[in-house]
Design a protein around this ligand. Structure first.
Ligand code: KG4
Ligand code: ZN
Length: 338
């Protein structure tokens, strides 16, 4: 089985060709970073226009790299939501057009399901597993019991963790996108213990997260420094922020592991996914936790953590081989909880 995947829900235009033998035959991603950087964040209208301009070319490139024609495909999968509606419409319409022209099945993939199932594309991960899904718009702990079977153990009560990285980066004058820039600044820090930050939710019952207090505490430090940060201040604050996030995530995961093990005595892996899973400090903290808990730890390669179309093609394959596909009148869903 060979499937074309399309991703256009945020600021990456992406196309990929993946097989059910877990082979990524092509995986092209075009970041719109330069289009949005002057505005300090993603501008939906600019994103939608850029997807429209580049998607056809990217699909052609992916097909050429995979060495196949449209006639060789078994299905077309596109992100059907959640995300910025303009972009999702572009991807869904393109996928539907290819499906209609070639008489192929169309699969509308939930973007979060794409992140959630990536580990099964890159590694031998069986159901059930415990998933920490950390991206720009989401922060959830899920028991993944099968394709389409996600049980939420915890979620953020305010900001998503990627959002916290992005806002902190702005406060530190690091620019956009925040995650990778905070990580680089943190790596340059000389005294990561210099700034005290609160550890929201640490030790509290349940598996929910909260990050807005942390962001406020960073702002207070910036204000106390007179609003002007030296390179050293900035790097030390970035390191303090990153270490705190890693600790909070590990604490919440430790609680979720307890619940997961009670409900699934046969065990399962701890899997991390989403853009923030590209953070090396967070990966390493979670890996240590999993080792202590005697659980296998799986984190997809960095380029498959941030948005890409290989994960959409793969989620399409997972659903399609269970006999699922979507009608051509599928309506894009800007909000679509897992
Ligand atoms: O999954 P993703 O590419 O898009 C969404 O579905 O949201 O995640 C993007 C988020 C952004 O907030 C970005 O700052 C964050 O992931 N991110 C990181 C890193 N790379 C990307 N956060 C921390 N460390 C990183 N290395
Ligand atoms: Zn994403």
């Amino acid at each position: 089985m060979i499937v074309l995947g399309i991703e256009t829900s945020c600021d990456e235009t992406a196309a990929a060709v993946v097989t059910d033998a877990r082979e990524i035959r092509a995986d092209v991603v075009l970041s719109q970073l330069d289009d949005h950087t002057p505005y300090g964040g993603v501008v939906p209208e600019i994103a939608a226009r850029a997807h429209l301009e580049h998607l056809d070319g990217l699909i052609r490139r992916a097909m050429a790299e995979a060495g196949i024609g449209f006639g060789d495909l078994d299905a077309v999968a596109a992100t059907g939501g959640p995300g910025l509606i303009g972009g999702v419409i572009v991807g869904v319409m393109t996928a539907k057009a290819i499906a209609a022209a070639r008489g192929l099945p169309f699969v509308a993939v939930n973007h979060l399901e794409g992140h959630a199932l990536t580990a099964r594309l890159t590694d031998d991960v069986a159901f059930p597993y415990l998933l920490l899904l950390v991206s720009g718009g989401h922060c959830q702990l899920l028991a993944v019991e099968g394709v389409g079977r996600y049980r939420r153990l915890g979620t953020t009560i305010d900001d998503a963790v990627g959002e916290a990285f992005d806002k902190t980066a702005k406060l530190l004058g690091l620019g956009y996108p925040g995650g990778p820039l905070v990580e680089k600044a943190a790596a340059r820090a000389t005294d990561p213990a210099r700034f005290e930050l609160p550890r929201p939710m640490l030790g509290r019952p349940g598996c929910d997260f909260s990050f807005s207090g942390l962001k406020t505490a960073v702002r207070r430090h910036v204000e106390e420094l007179g609003g002007v940060l030296s390179d050293r201040d900035r790097d030390d604050l970035a390191a303090a922020f990153q270490a705190t996030v890693a600790e909070v995530l590990a604490d919440r995961c430790a609680r979720a592991i307890r619940r997961f093990k009670e409900e699934h005595p046969q065990g399962g892996a701890l899997v991390v996914a989403g853009g923030v899973a590209a953070n090396t400090a967070i990966r390493s903290r979670l890996s240590t936790l999993a080792e202590k808990q005697r659980m296998p730890f799986v984190a997809p390669p960095l380029r498959l953590c941030t948005d890409n179309a290989a994960m959409i093609a793969w989620a399409g394959i997972e659903r399609f081989r269970l006999g699922e596909s979507d009608p051509l009148n599928f309506a894009p869903r800007p909000r679509w909880p897992l």
